[in-house]
Design a protein around this ligand. Sequence first.
Ligand SMILES: [Zn+2]
Length: 426
Amino acid sequence: MASGNDDKETSFTGEHIILTSHLEQMKTSPVTLNWGEKDARKRGPILGTSQSGAKRNAIGSHSGSYTIYRALSIAAGHYPKDHRPDLENTSPTTPIGPFDTWSGDDSIVSIDPLGANVYEYFKDQITEGLDIRPTIAVTQAHLNIPEIHESIKNGELKPDGDIVKENGEIKVTKVAFEPVWYLPGVAKRLGVEEGELRNILFQETGGMFPELITRQDLKVLLPPIGSTTAYIFGDPKNLANSDVELTCRVHDECNGSDVFGSDICTCRPYLTYGIQKAAEAAQKGQAGLVVYYRKEGRALGEVTKFLVYNARKRQEGGDTPANYFHRTECVAGVQDARFQELMPDILLYFGVKKIHHLHSMSNMKYDAIVNSGIKVVNRLSIPDNLIPADAQVEIQAKKAAGYFSDDEVDESEFAGTQGRELEEKS
Ligand SMILES: [Zn+2]
């Protein structure tokens, strides 16, 4: 508990609390950071840990949303506050980049392209004692997915012993990204002034980061939001080679479907179909990439999402495609809060210039990818036979709203499309 005395001491730790809203209390000399600079030494590291003190050059803290759990663990006395990670043997299992897309005025703005190799780029500063943390990690994995086993059983996918093993496992390289936002670049992507973006971020987080207002010189925010994971099928180097065909799915999290198999939407079947097609591409010597963004429920969250499900199913006339987006807007205020403008940064990180087969029906995603300078050759919608029964409402509504589809859109079909009722009658 704060004692409330004038020198801002806390009664339980005896530590001084430095209020970032009171600039005069802060003796700052942030480490130089030139975002978009090609030379890593001139670019400089991101310093976001509390231990970095006056040298911090980022607002917020590492680990995205897990920063709060770390705080709880420290508060409970389980987590040593002064812990420094031992980074021995943690380096990427395969090198990625650097690519032209990592630097320049219109470079990546929502992740740190140098984040996987901080020990390589900033070894001297780390040795001198700066607490520079990786924000990207690259490793290897084998995927074991029931739908893939099913596709092998029915002959759609054939094991090759390398990409797809005889036991049905798929070999991948996986890459985890923590969010690192360069605020001027994020503002530019959204088409707003940086100052306005800072004000709204400050207000809408209940004043969580006063430095958004008081420290206009700090240009990087480590936002407390979910991370992103990329799964690469085949040689990661092929992603940057536009002569090699790339099959790609950019997928936004849907925990209910992706993990638990809920049948009200097409998320898991579209995801596993994307994984299968990415694996097939790798088997042909091409490239496959599936990127998983933690933007649950169109970035509105699961509580909002489940409220919308109820509103859809309880409305007059039941759950129908005609009212699908309207019901979301009634509950959430918008149909979609995802702002796909930051999404292509993951593709730019891998040096992607051309996607030959894009598995997505979303025009927002397509437009964002094309606007980032990446060419898209073919767009592929989910095959009809993979759409779950109760997901017909969603897919019909999306097609009618202009989402990309291989099929002709016939709104007269709406009359025959009705979602399951909330309480099933026995
Ligand atoms: Zn879903």
